[in-house]
Design a protein around this ligand. Structure first.
Ligand code: SF4
Length: 245
């Protein structure tokens, strides 16, 4: 594991993590068609950042389904309405399908979540690490010349410390806890913009059907692990898409 991966995987248990270092570099010429060697290079980049695997698929093979965002509402996820990256503030499955229709290629990245029996803190760290991998890989695709690239993640936005074990403990103790500043209006922008991407489920992408169609059924995390009689983590399928062009 590289130093950077170790850093990405470390628990982020403070309420507000600092903004990531900004690293500018010159983009290459904007591409008007996909070079498959670029897709491989972008997948290699994702693997360097911590993805287990990646594969290029046709964007039309991404499946959307209006049931997905309903799963965020019924039973109501603890992340529902917590940021701009979860319903009801996300786009509908039909709007997402219209966006997908404008793309020809997508990458699927396999970023497996912890075992269902793992402690909550492991899931919290995993969500932040996965969002970092997706966010950075999307930006890498943009720097490669695919400027409209767009990545999708899983679970609610946790980047700034919301839903950390300490945040949850403070909330349970009825203490004041920081909320998403975009929703509270505290700031008009999110300083963590490098990392935050919508949850697949929130925008109606059915990753279970999509991964199965790509022959990646065995990479899927158990869709409905049940803990203490509760259905847990349907929004962390372990496979996430990045639309490329
Ligand atoms: S402020 Fe940014 S990082 Fe924090 S919850 Fe909102 S969108 Fe996510």
């Amino acid at each position: 594991m590289s130093e950077e991966q170790r850093e990405l995987g470390e628990p982020q248990r403070i309420f507000r993590s600092p903004a990531p270092e900004r690293i500018d570099r010159q983009a290459v010429r904007i591409k008007d068609s996909v070079d498959e060697a670029d897709l491989k290079a972008i997948i290699d980049f994702a693997k360097e950042k911590g993805a287990a695997e990646g594969v290029a698929i046709k964007a039309r093979d991404i499946v959307t389904n209006s049931l997905m965002p309903m799963k965020c509402r019924i039973p109501t996820c603890w992340g529902y309405n917590s940021s701009y990256f979860c319903p009801p503030r996300t786009i509908s499955a039909s709007d997402m399908q219209a966006i997908i229709d404008d793309f020809e290629w997508a990458l699927l990245l396999h970023i497996p979540p912890p075992e269902p029996s793992a402690p909550y803190s492991d899931f919290y760290c995993h969500m932040n690490t996965m969002k970092e991998i997706i966010g950075r890989t999307e930006v890498e695709a943009q720097y490669t010349g695919y400027v409209n690239s767009m990545g999708f993640t899983g679970g609610p936005c946790t980047i700034c410390g919301m839903f950390s074990p300490e945040w949850v403990a403070a909330k349970k103790a009825k203490k004041d806890v920081p909320l998403c500043t975009l929703i509270t209006g505290e700031f008009s922008t999110c300083v963590q913009y490098y990392h935050c991407r919508p949850s697949v489920q929130a925008v109606g992408i059915d990753m279970y059907a999509t991964a199965r169609g790509a022959g990646w059924e065995d990479r899927l995390a158990p869709p409905l692990p049940v803990t203490k009689g509760r259905i847990d983590w349907p929004c962390l399928p372990g496979v996430y898409p990045i639309l490329v062009m």
